[in-house]
Write a protein that binds this ligand. Structure first.
Ligand code: NAG
Ligand code: NAG
Ligand code: NAG
Ligand code: NAG
Length: 543
């Protein structure tokens, strides 16, 4: 608990100092990835997929808290490519974030070695290709960060641990989808749902009767919230994007685009096969797909009707979201309770309102945040910042609050002070469910409700055990409020996870800044950083 006269940051700094004292060299894990095009048939028709070492989806990354991940990515596509890491915080190191604002694209035929550390993290995340509209072609995979051996995990070791990447899918190749967007059109409704790259009951998970398994479910799709359920089985939620949750039982779970959840499932049914189902939520036409839960002693194939999803719409989902809370007495990445630094007692230093909009600009579909529709420049913002190259972006090119102006295009960067403690209110005036993600951070989801947020809405915040995560949904005509401790210096992407929307401008960068030049706050540019645009020809050796 935060003691009287003892600020959040003081406690935090002492904890960091302790961590440095006991620090031993963390292990290195090496990955060699070859990115190529290849034929895939997830919905029965041939498509051009993006493969990693020949695989669709790509290989899972297995790691342990504080591991260093050295990932050499060879780009054998005929266009520039980058991978980004949904939920990995890249502490002090936004250079490795792999989005256009931080990292130069890997040119065709070239390679780039990401040097990441999964510092002080546990849990379930995923990686994905961030440029163009590559995410519609694959190139994604699961990331798991296990607890270090002596750190208690608040449930017994499961008998097995599965990654389930679920998401909507189009039969169109990613280039066609991109051409639609570039031409000023919206995306159509998707054609199907995939589970681990299979749209036609292709994925199968073999389990032993009586045992308990962990399923890590991530929605890697482009736009649709999905409901996830397993015929005849209950799911115990244990982790959400790096936070051990209060262990609640659910019949089905809404997984919004970009989110990750871990559930435990006990194989307590008769020896047969069962459906695993993912289906669209809040759509008139419900798309769904199934996979098979196969008991190793099964004597019966999957049968019976595919279990239906919840028929209740927004209220059901909202109530479920509010029921997802942090287990305050469980350990996180460190052997201390997750509730030890209490966010609810910290004074907010700034409130930012993020209001989305959709409109036509010069006859073309665009999406915006506070009226600004993001356009990239020729030079990653982080590199422009590091090399002090003027004219690439302006801090303050996006307001903290909606202005009611007509939509306009700009390279939007919001400035923020290192160690500020901010409240961000996402307001959704539209009729769709939105999801927002912030790179480099986890934040506390303190409240969500229908209607318009007012300062009085703070009275209904959960200031005790809100879940800490990196991706949150905002329901139609509703708001979601988060608290975030700006403890990670860098240039961080804030984006809609609705992929066409981020592609057409619904994103901006948060520049978390300190005037102090110290490696304790931010690392130097990596020596192997690719240089492009106006950063070309500069030196990555210390200035
Ligand atoms: C990558 O895959 C392509 C296509 O399979 C192959 O031609 C190439 O040799 C591979 N490159 C590496 C470095 O493994
Ligand atoms: C490309 O790969 C080679 C080794 O395979 C490595 O030495 C080099 O640093 C990599 N390039 C970059 C930019 O990371
Ligand atoms: C919270 O975690 C503790 C400590 O690991 C565990 O004993 C307890 O069962 C968990 N409580 C809930 C409600 O999940
Ligand atoms: C928060 O602000 C109040 C009123 O200004 C002050 O009394 C309190 O000490 C502050 N709390 C912390 C933890 O800084």
């Amino acid at each position: 608990m935060v003691r009287k006269g003892w600020s959040f940051w003081q406690g935090y700094v002492v904890l960091l100092a302790l961590a440095v004292v006991v620090k031993a060299e963390s292990p290195y894990r090496f990955f060699d990835w070859n990115v190529t095009y290849g034929d895939i048939f997830p919905l029965g028709v041939r498509q051009q997929g993006i493969l990693i070492n020949g695989q669709f989806p790509g290989p899972d990354i297995y790691s342990v808290t504080n591991d260093n991940l050295i990932i050499n990515v060879q780009n054998n596509l005929d266009e520039p490519f980058l991978l980004s890491w949904n939920g990995l915080q890249q502490r002090r190191n936004s250079y490795e974030d792999g989005v256009y604002g931080t990292t130069c694209p890997i040119p065709p035929g070239k390679n780039f070695t990401y040097i990441l550390q999964v510092k002080d993290q546990i849990g379930s995340f995923f990686y994905f290709p961030s440029l163009a509209f590559h995410k519609a072609a694959g190139g994604f995979g699961g990331i798991r960060v296990l607890s270090r051996p002596r750190i208690p995990v608040p449930f017994p070791d499961p008998a097995g641990d599965f990654t389930l990447l679920i998401g909507d899918w189009f039969k169109n190749d990613h280039r066609q989808l991109k051409a639609m967007l570039d031409g000023g059109h919206k995306l159509p409704f998707p054609d199907g749902i995939l589970i681990n790259g299979h749209g036609l009951n292709g994925a199968s998970f073999t389990v032993e009767q009586g045992k308990t398994y962990r399923f890590r479910i991530s929605n890697v799709g482009l736009q649709n919230s999905l409901n996830f359920r397993i015929q005849g089985h209950k799911m115990k939620l244990v982790e959400v994007e790096g936070t051990h949750t209060v262990q609640t039982i659910y019949e089905s779970l809404d997984v919004h685009v970009g989110q990750s959840y871990s559930v435990l499932v006990t194989m307590d049914q008769a020896a047969q096969d069962f459906y695993i189902v993912a289906s669209t939520r809040f759509t008139d036409n419900i798309l769904s797909t199934t996979a098979t839960l196969h008991y190793s002693n099964s004597n019966k194939a999957v049968s019976g009707p595919i279990p239906a999803g919840p028929t209740d719409q927004i209220d059901w989902s909202l109530n479920q979201a509010r029921s997802i809370r942090t287990n305050l007495t469980a350990s996180g990445p460190r052997p201390n309770p997750q509730g030890s630094y209490h966010y609810g007692l910290i004074n907010i230093t700034r409130t930012i309102k993020v209001v989305s909009s959709a409109a036509q600009v010069k006859g073309k579909q665009r999406y915006a945040v506070n009226s600004v529709s993001f356009v990239p420049t020729d030079t990653p913002l982080k590199l422009a910042d590091y090399f002090k190259i003027g004219g690439v972006f302006r801090v303050g090119s996006i307001p903290d609050n909606p202005t009611g102006q007509n939509m306009y295009l700009d390279t939007s960067v919001m400035g923020a002070d290192y160690r500020a403690f901010v409240e961000i209110v996402f307001e959704n005036h539209e009729n769709i469910v939105q999801t927002w993600h912030i790179d480099g951070y986890a934040f506390w989801v303190v409240g969500m409700n229908g209607g318009v947020w007012t300062p009085n809405s703070r009275e209904e915040y959960n200031l005790r055990d809100a879940v800490s995560r990196s991706t949150t949904q905002v329901y139609p005509k509703s708001w979601t409020a988060i608290y975030m401790a700006l403890d990670n210096v860098g240039m961080w992407n804030v984006r809609s996870e609705f992929w066409a929307r981020q592609y057409l401008g619904q994103q901006f960068y948060l520049r978390v800044y300190t005037p102090v030049n110290s490696l304790r706050d931010e690392y130097l540019i990596p020596k192997n950083a690719l240089l492009c645009g106006r950063a070309q020809g500069r030196s990555t050796r210390p200035l």
